[in-house]
Design a protein around this ligand. Structure first.
Ligand SMILES: [Zn+2]
Ligand SMILES: [Zn+2]
Ligand SMILES: [Zn+2]
Length: 629
C-alpha cells in the first residue's frame, strides 16, 4: 500500500473517519452504494450523483473547512509534456458529463458522500488514510472561473448535510470554529448590467459576472489580478436551509448477510465490507468469507454457503436466451463427432496462417446418465462444495499498489509450481483434498483418450498438422488450477500459452453453465481482418455441468484467445496442465516443482472414466475404435 505522508505541520484531527481504506478497489467494493468508481472523481449511476472524491488535483482557492468544501470539477486535464504534470490547456466544456451530473445534483438537492484522498494538498489536518470518507454533503453552488492563463473551468461548493455534529477533520481543540447555522451569513447577488443575469458576490475583492457567455465574464471591477482573488467570508460562511425530502444513504453499509433463498454465491456476496471493528474497507478475498484488510485488526465475517444441488445447474442450462448448440466458422474450423467411452465428443481443429492444423479442441458432453454415476460430476460437485479448497481471489493487476485489482473468480493452485514472482500459493498434490485428486485423475484419463482418438482421426482423415505445435504425446498432468465462480464471473479473452507449459490444457466444468468462445488474434492473420485485438469468434459452444474440454497444441495459444461467460449461481472449473520441469532453471525450484507435482498412488481409481460399453465413432464407421479402459 502507498504510505500516507503525514504532514507534521498540520494539526491532528478531532475525530476519525467512519469509513476508510488504503486501496481504491476495497473502497469501491465496500461502499458501492455511494462510491463505486475505480477511476475518476465522481460516482454517478443513471445520471444521479452519489459520491465525490477529492484528491491530487486541487487548484487555486480550493478549500476544505469543517462544514464546507470548495473544489474544482474534475476532467479535461491533459499531460503537459514540458512539466510532466496534468494541466488544463483549454476551457472546460460546459456540456461535459461531469457538469451535467453535478447540475442535476444541485437542482435536486441530492445528498452525496464526499471522500478525501491522502494526496489532497489543502486538507486542514493530518490525513489518516489513503481514502477517508468525510460525510454527507449537498451541492450549493456551481460556477465557472478563469485562471491567469485565461482558461475557464468550473468550481463547486458543498455544504455538510448535518450542521450540528462536529466534523472529524476539524482540527483538534478547535471544535467550535467555523460552525455556522442557516441565516447567520447571507451572500448577496448582483445583476450584471451587460448580460442581465445575477451572480453572487463570492469574492472579497468585489462583484464579478460569473456568466461565461457574457463579455464581462470574470472581469474584476477593481482591476485585481484574477489569480489573487479570495472568497468572501459571507460566501464561505453562508449556510442554506435544509428542505426535504432528503434521505442520505448510510455511510457504513450493513454487513453482507444471506436471506431467504440465497445460496451465498449470488453477485452481492462478492462485494466488500466495512469492518465494524475498525471501519476499514475490505474486499471479499476468500471463498470462506471476509477478513479485515487492516493488518492491525482481526475481524472476520462469514456467510454460510448453502449447498447448490446439481439439479440447479440443469435448470440454469434450460433457462434464458443462451445458445444451446455449438456454432463454428466452417471455413476455418473443422468438426468431427466422435463417441468416446459413452461421451458424445465434438472434435474441432484450428488452422494456423497457412491452413495447416495447429491445434484441436475436444469437448466431452456429459449426459444425465454420466452425471449421476458414482464419482461422476454430481458427486464431485457436491464434494467440492463441502471441502475446503483454499480458494481465494488473487491480484490480477498492480499487485500491492493502491489500485490493485483482484481476479473476478476464486482460485487455488495444486501440484507443480512455476509462476515465480506472482503472489499465488501452490499446494503439493500430497496435501490436496480428494476432489482435487479426483479431478486430476479424470482429466488425465480424458487427456490420454483424446490423444489416442486424435491420432486415429488424423490418420483416417489424412489431416496434416503442425508437429511442432501438436506433439500428440500425453504427459501425466502435474498441475491443477481449481477455480470457483460466484454469480456473474466472466473470464475475458486470454490465451493459456506459457513456455513452461506442455501443449495440452484440459478443463472439467462443474455446476452452472457457461459459453466458451474462441477467436483468432488479429496478429495471427487468420480469419477476417479487424481493427480490434481479436477477430470475431470462430467457435462458440455451451459448456455444461460435467463437460470436459481438452485443448491441444501450443500454437493454438499463439494464434487464438478464448473466453468463458458463465450464467448461474455456482460453477467450478478444474484445469490441468503439464509443467515442463526442464524449463525451470533454478535447481531448487525445479526439485520443489517435481516434488509438489507427484501424484499420490492409487488415485486413478477415483476417476470417473466413462461407461464400460465399448465406444464407437459416430461418423467414422470404418475406423471404429474399442474402449481400452
Ligand atoms: Zn454578465
Ligand atoms: Zn477491522
Ligand atoms: Zn484459459
Amino acid at each position: 500500500m502507498d504510505a500516507v505522508n503525514p504532514d507534521e505541520s498540520k494539526p491532528q484531527p478531532s475525530g476519525s473517519p467512519e469509513v476508510w481504506s488504503n486501496g481504491r478497489a476495497a473502497l469501491c467494493n465496500a461502499v458501492e452504494s455511494y462510491f463505486n468508481s475505480h477511476q475518476g472523481s465522481q460516482y454517478a449511476c443513471k445520471g444521479k450523483l452519489y459520491g465525490l472524491l477529492i484528491d491530487k488535483y486541487a487548484c487555486h482557492r480550493d478549500m476544505v473547512k469543517s462544514q464546507i468544501i470548495i473544489t474544482n470539477v474534475g476532467g479535461g486535464r491533459k499531460l503537459d509534456s514540458t512539466t510532466g504534470q496534468m494541466a488544463r490547456t483549454q476551457n472546460q466544456d460546459d456540456a461535459c458529463s461531469q457538469l451535467k451530473v453535478l447540475r442535476a445534483a444541485l437542482n435536486n438537492r441530492d445528498v452525496i458522500v464526499v471522500i478525501s484522498g491522502s494526496q489532497y494538498p489543502y486538507f486542514p489536518v493530518v490525513i489518516p488514510h489513503t481514502y477517508n470518507v468525510l460525510d454527507h454533503f449537498i451541492i450549493t453552488d456551481l460556477w465557472p472561473e478563469k485562471d491567469g492563463k485565461n482558461i475557464s473551468h468550473w468550481k463547486i461548493r458543498l455544504e455538510k448535510f448535518d450542521l450540528q455534529s462536529v466534523s472529524w477533520w476539524t482540527p483538534h481543540g478547535e471544535e467550535d470554529r467555523e460552525q455556522f447555522n442557516a441565516g447567520q451569513y447571507i451572500c448577496e447577488a448582483q445583476m450584471c448590467p451587460t448580460c442581465e443575469t445575477e451572480s453572487k458576490i463570492i469574492f472579497q475583492q468585489g462583484w464579478i459576472c460569473l456568466n461565461n457567455k457574457c463579455e464581462e465574464f470574470f472581469r474584476c471591477e477593481s482591476g485585481a489580478d484574477v489569480d489573487k482573488l479570495t472568497y468572501d467570508e459571507k460566501f464561505v460562511n453562508e449556510r442554506s436551509h435544509r428542505v426535504g425530502p432528503l434521505e442520505p444513504v448510510p455511510l457504513v453499509p450493513a454487513l453482507p448477510n444471506a436471506e431467504g433463498g440465497d445460496f451465498g454465491t449470488e453477485k452481492k456476496f462478492k462485494m466488500g465490507m466495512v469492518c465494524p471493528k475498525c471501519r476499514c474497507c475490505s474486499r471479499r478475498m476468500h471463498w470462506k468469507g471476509w477478513e479485515c484488510e487492516n493488518p492491525d485488526c482481526d475481524f472476520t465475517h462469514t456467510v454460510q454457503l448453502r449447498e447448490v444441488p446439481a439439479a440447479n445447474a440443469v435448470k440454469e442450462e434450460q433457462q434464458g436466451k443462451r445458445i444451446k448448440a455449438s456454432s463454428y466458422n466452417e471455413k476455418l474450423v473443422g468438426r468431427w463427432d466422435l463417441k468416446i467411452a459413452g461421451y458424445d465428443v465434438e472434435a474441432y481443429s484450428f488452422p494456423g496462417k497457412d491452413g495447416q492444423v495447429v491445434g484441436s479442441v475436444f469437448v466431452y458432453r456429459a449426459t444425465s446418465d454420466i452425471r449421476s454415476k458414482v464419482n461422476g460430476p454430481d458427486d464431485l460437485y457436491r464434494a467440492m462444495q463441502k471441502e475446503d479448497l483454499r480458494l481465494k481471489r488473487n491480484p490480477a493487476r498492480n499487485p500491492g499498489a493502491r489500485v490493485e485489482q483482484l481476479t473476478n473468480h476464486f482460485s487455488s493452485n495444486w501440484g507443480a509450481f512455476y509462476k515465480f514472482g506472482v503472489l499465488v500459493e501452490t499446494n503439493g498434490f500430497a496435501e490436496a483434498p480428494e476432489p482435487i485428486l479426483r479431478g486430476q485423475a479424470q482429466l488425465d484419463w480424458a487427456h490420454k483418450e483424446t490423444i489416442s482418438a486424435m491420432k486415429e482421426l488424423f490418420e483416417a482423415e489424412e489431416i496434416e498438422y503442425c508437429e511442432d505445435s501438436m506433439t500428440l504425446e500425453p504427459h501425466t498432468f502435474n498441475e491443477l488450477l481449481s477455480l470457483g465462480y460466484f454469480e456473474s464471473c466472466v473470464i475475458n479473452y486470454h490465451d493459456d500459452g506459457e513456455k513452461e507449459l506442455g501443449p495440452t490444457v484440459a478443463t472439467l466444468s462443474l455446476g452452472s453453465p457457461s459459453i466458451m468462445n474462441f477467436a483468432p488474434k488479429s496478429s495471427s492473420g487468420i480469419g477476417k481482418k479487424t481493427k480490434g485485438k481479436y477477430g470475431p469468434a470462430v467457435l462458440s459452444f455451451p459448456l455444461n455441468h460435467g463437460d470436459i474440454v481438452v485443448m491441444h497444441g501450443s500454437m493454438i495459444h499463439k494464434h487464438y484467445v478464448h473466453s468463458v461467460k458463465p450464467a448461474g449461481k455456482l460453477r467450478f472449473a478444474l484445469t490441468c496442465r503439464y509443467i515442463r520441469p526442464e524449463t525451470i532453471h533454478d535447481p531448487k525450484a525445479r526439485a520443489e516443482a517435481i516434488e509438489k507435482g507427484k501424484i499420490p498412488e492409487g488415485i486413478e481409481q477415483l476417476a470417473y472414466k466413462g461407461t464400460d460399453e465399448p465406444g464407437q465413432n459416430l461418423n467414422l464407421d470404418d475406423n471404429s475404435r474399442g474402449n481400452d479402459q
